[in-house]
Each structure stands twice: as structure tokens, then as C-alpha cells.
Design a binder for this molecule. Structure first.
Ligand SMILES: [Fe+2]
Ligand SMILES: [Fe+2]
Length: 209
């Protein structure tokens, strides 16, 4: 008989699911894990309650799980995507929210998964929510996700440095991102909590004191 699952068990399940995604989407290897770490660090820095920090950590780790439902030929396509292919990729938050919503213990993070591509100005997808209509967790993950994507090398472009990615995030303050959360990310960079790496694949690692 199954025993009650612990928080550690939940993290094991999430880790296994995101490893399955990494195996499918080779150029984003480690992305889910890094976004989870950065989202958790931001949630801690903002002084959110411990259970909310856990919820954001797990939701961030699962944020792109819907890409499991996107054809490999599109996910791993070198070079620019066509508008139709972009439309297909844009389905992943909805697919992910549905997958996560079917698992009772993860149901409370489905909003983070579904809404991580919403924008603060209402021009995001899939629901076009704006401002605080988007849950705080989804707003945090949106910033962490974009920052990680910008600093990661893709087949068709090199990654930005930490500084360049922070500048770009600040430029999108109030339009794409919640200004208060951009300030948290910027403060982490100023406090040297984001450290440059020598890795060919990604530009930063977290410095956890
Ligand atoms: Fe995504
Ligand atoms: Fe992502």
C-alpha cells in the first residue's frame, strides 16, 4: 500500500517529470531546474510564507511540462520557427496546466504552469490576464523563466551575459513583467547572488549563502 507522500517525494516526482522533458528538449537541458532554483530564491527574498515558497518551487520546476505534448521536430528545430510552429509552441502552458491539474497533489500549482507566459500588460497567453489577475507565483516564474532563457545558449543564438539579461528584464518592467519582481531579480544580481559560469550552455549559477 502507498504511504502518504512527503514533500521530498513530491520533489522526486517533479524531478523525474522535468528530466523526461529535458530528454525530449535537448537544447533546454537543466532549464526547469534552474528556473525552479531562481524562482525559489526570489520567493524567499520576498519573504513569502514557507508553503507558498514550496508551491512556487514546484510550479516553477513543472512550468514547461506541457512541452511534452509539442512535436520534437518543432521543439528542437534549429533556426527560426514559422508563425504556425509558434502557435503550436504557445499551446504548452495550457497543455501543462491540464496535465498538472489531473494530479491531485499538484493541482494547487496548475495556475503557475498555465500562466507563466501571461504578461503584466495583458498581452500574454493563454488567457490574456493582466497585473494581479496573474498569480504572484506565475509572475515570479515569468521573470525567472525569461531570465534563464535569455542567458542560455541556443542553436541559433548565443546567450546574454547576466548584466545584459538584467538590462533586458528591466526594459520590460511593467510591460512583460511585474515591476516589483524585476526589482527583486535586479537586487539579487547587485548582491552577487547570481554568479557567472564558465559553462558553454548557461551564463549563471545561484550563490546560496
Ligand atoms: Fe514556457
Ligand atoms: Fe521555460
Amino acid at each position: 500500500m502507498l504511504n502518504l507522500v512527503t514533500l521530498d517525494d513530491l520533489h522526486d516526482i517533479v524531478d523525474a517529470l522535468s528530466t523526461a522533458l529535458d530528454a525530449k528538449n535537448s537544447c533546454m537541458c537543466g532549464h526547469s531546474q534552474r528556473v525552479a532554483g531562481l524562482s525559489l530564491l526570489m520567493a524567499k527574498t520576498m519573504g513569502l510564507p514557507l508553503m507558498e515558497q514550496e508551491r512556487i518551487h514546484i510550479g516553477a520546476h513543472l512550468h514547461d511540462i506541457g512541452k511534452i505534448g509539442i512535436p520534437d521536430a518543432i521543439l528542437n528545430k534549429p533556426g527560426k520557427l514559422t508563425e504556425d510552429e509558434f502557435d503550436t509552441i504557445r499551446q504548452h502552458p495550457e497543455i501543462g496546466g491540464t496535465i498538472v491539474g489531473k494530479i491531485k497533489v499538484f493541482r494547487s500549482v496548475a495556475d503557475i504552469v498555465r500562466h507563466h507566459h501571461e504578461r503584466f500588460d495583458g498581452k500574454g497567453y493563454p488567457d490574456g490576464l493582466c497585473g494581479e489577475e496573474i498569480s504572484l507565483g506565475a509572475r515570479i516564474v515569468a521573470v525567472a523563466d525569461s531570465f534563464d532563457a535569455m542567458t542560455t545558449i541556443r542553436t541559433y543564438r548565443s546567450g546574454l551575459s547576466i548584466c545584459e539579461a538584467i538590462e533586458e528584464t528591466v526594459r520590460c518592467k511593467g510591460s512583460q513583467f511585474d515591476p516589483a519582481i524585476v526589482d527583486v531579480l535586479k537586487a539579487l544580481a547587485i548582491e552577487n547572488k547570481l554568479e557567472s559560469t564558465e559553462s558553454r550552455d548557461f551564463a549563471y549559477r545561484l550563490v546560496i549563502a
